[in-house]
Design a protein around this ligand. Structure first.
Ligand code: HEC
Length: 110
């Protein structure tokens, strides 16, 4: 009798494989997004409230991650981020308020 070569032909086995893939995907997604710091109340500054920084983070993830990988906030200085945001504003179709909020998040309110 010929043996099946694929080790995973039963329905329960492929279900297990699918579950394993899904779990791996979720773990990857969670570990990627957690690299971006989450603003806390203690990080508020005179020029940036917690709400503004949280909104900025949300906008950054939503508006800036569709074309390229998100760059970590600490990778650039404030003048660099200002320049990049001006360059990217049209591509991301964000208004000036949204741009300011993203900048506050990226520069940790400084
Ligand atoms: C429609 C696609 C698109 C969107 C949306 C977009 N970008 Fe970009 N971004 C690009 C492309 C294309 C480049 C590289 C070419 C260039 O510099 O114009 C780039 C380059 C960059 C760079 C330079 C990377 C480097 O190492 O030189 C930064 C920083 C950046 N984007 C930040 C942002 C931010 C912040 C946002 C959100 C406000 C954003 N991008 C939204 C397409 C996009």
């Amino acid at each position: 009798m010929k043996k099946s070569r694929s080790g995973c032909s039963s329905p329960s086995c492929s279900r297990k494989t699918a579950t394993l893939l899904l779990v791996t995907l979720i773990v990857l997604m969670v570990s990627c997004s957690s690299a971006l710091y989450m603003p806390t109340a203690g990080q508020q500054t005179e020029s940036a409230s917690l709400e503004q920084m949280l909104e900025g983070r949300k906008l950054y993830v939503k508006k800036c991650g569709s074309c390229h990988a998100l760059i970590l906030p600490e990778k650039h200085t404030k003048p660099e981020w200002e320049r990049y945001l001006n360059e990217m504003q049209q591509k991301a179709s964000i208004d000036n308020t949204e741009k300011e909020q993203i900048l506050k998040y990226l520069t940790r309110g400084n």
